[in-house]
Write a protein that binds this ligand. Structure first.
Ligand SMILES: [Zn+2]
Length: 421
């Protein structure tokens, strides 16, 4: 490992690793997908009891000492709960059977808030690009919240609005399952369609507007190609892929195909979004030996940059969300190796800083500007069309005792089918 790093990163006496460290000490590297919260939840019956432990060596790819060694500037902690089948639940074809996803997502937000609060010397909550800069200047790792999968919204835009208040900064439109909002790319093997267009539903189209309105970034990692295409066309703000590679380099449905990459850039009609290039070996390839390594990760970044431009690509590890990591980027202490790799390929310091975090911060600012533009708009009133619980006429209880008489008679008039009386 050390041999690889050295041979790649010292050319003609120039030490790219040292140059990378200097660069990372002057502007933040932002990793848009880190799954440490799920590790804490999976190892502890009472996860909050364990948040103090991340300041020591912690199982997996990430803990505070390794993040600091790796000069990580900012991280998006993932609010992720698995798609239903992993927890033995089934929302049904209409997505209406209740699941634990909303409770569990709220518990993940609580866990993240407590992780940050317990380590004020090292971690600092951030929501905007300015917050990231402030944390970075104070020598802290900026901590943002990303939410992975709209199956955690209980089919409800109201739930989305509350997560926005809790600080969620991006929403991945799907995880590996379809939702009432959008169609997923699945986990790798072909996945059965849930929606006729294999893209967004009508509620999903409302979701894009609502995300723009509340200033949450639209994340297209994990979605079907059609969901991505439709969301790009609908979104008034730049979109993001928080952890995906280039499909032209490794044919996996989680990677972005060139035809979709061509919708992103600075040209007329293009979305000004950013693709945060992932480290996950099965997306990077090759899967035989020698396997995925840091050089291949840089190949994905360069392929994406060649199509969308160097202003539209970034970095995302997926640390703690994968069973293996690529050679050279084994854990959170290794980010400088990737930065050095880009420098050794002739990337300028300015372009490298943009890939590290500048591009994403620009996108965050543009998303905030769109939120401002839409400030006068009212919230979407859309309801999942397959819901059967509204209006909530059964909430009156036995003999409708919880409802005033006037309300009872309106219900009798309006909502009771007279032919059944
Ligand atoms: Zn993911």
């Amino acid at each position: 490992m050390i041999g690889l790093a050295l041979s790649l990163q010292v050319h003609a006496g120039h030490n790219y690793y040292d140059q990378a460290i200097k660069l990372m000490e002057s502007s933040p590297l932002i990793d848009t997908h880190v799954d440490l919260p799920q590790i804490i939840r999976s190892l502890n019956r009472s996860p909050l009891e364990a948040v103090s432990q991340i300041n020591e060596s912690y199982p997996g790819h990430v803990d505070i000492p390794r993040m600091r060694e790796g000069r990580l500037g900012a991280t998006f902690w993932s609010v992720w709960t698995p798609c239903h089948e992993l927890v033995g639940e089934n929302p049904g074809l209409d997505f209406n059977t209740p699941t634990s996803a909303v409770r569990d997502a709220l518990e993940m937000v609580d866990l993240i808030q407590n992780m940050i609060d317990r380590h004020p010397d090292y971690l600092q909550y951030a929501h905007s690009s300015r917050d990231i800069t402030e944390a970075f200047d104070a020598g802290k790792i900026a901590c943002l919240i990303g939410m992975e999968g709209s199956h955690q919204l209980g089919n409800s835009l109201a739930v989305l609005r509350i997560f926005a208040q809790l600080g969620v900064r991006y929403l991945t439109l799907t995880h590996t399952c379809h939702s009432s909002f959008a169609s997923s790319a699945g986990a790798g093997a072909p996945i059965k369609k849930a929606h006729h267009n294999n893209g967004l539903t009508e509620l999903g189209r409302q979701l894009i507007h609502e995300l723009n309105r509340v200033g949450i970034m639209v994340d297209l990692s994990h979605t079907s190609d059609e969901t991505a295409r439709e969301a790009i066309l609908l979104s008034k703000a730049p979109v993001v892929w928080t952890h995906s590679g280039a499909r032209a380099l490794w044919d996996h449905p989680r990677n972005v195909p060139d035809k979709i990459l061509r919708l992103i850039g600075d040209g007329p009609g293009q979305n000004k979004g950013v693709i945060q290039s992932v480290f996950y070996p099965p997306f990077i390839g090759p899967t035989d030996t020698p396997g995925a390594n840091v050089s291949r990760v840089a190949d994905h970044i360069e392929h994406i940059a060649n199509i969308v431009g160097k202003q539209h690509v970034g970095i995302a590890s997926d640390f703690d969300g994968m069973y293996a990591s690529v050679e050279g980027l084994e854990d959170a202490s290794k980010y400088p190796v990737l930065v050095a790799e880009l420098l050794s390929r002739g990337w300028t310091e300015e372009d490298t800083q943009n890939v590290m975090g500048g591009n994403l911060m620009r996108v965050m600012d543009e998303v905030d500007a769109v939120k401002k533009e839409l400030a006068a708009e009212l919230p979407s009133t859309a309801i999942w069309e397959m819901r059967t619980d509204l209006p909530a006429v059964t909430w009156g209880g036995l003999g409708q005792a919880y409802f005033p008489l006037e309300v009872q008679s309106i219900i009798a008039e309006k909502y009771t089918r007279h032919d059944e009386l």
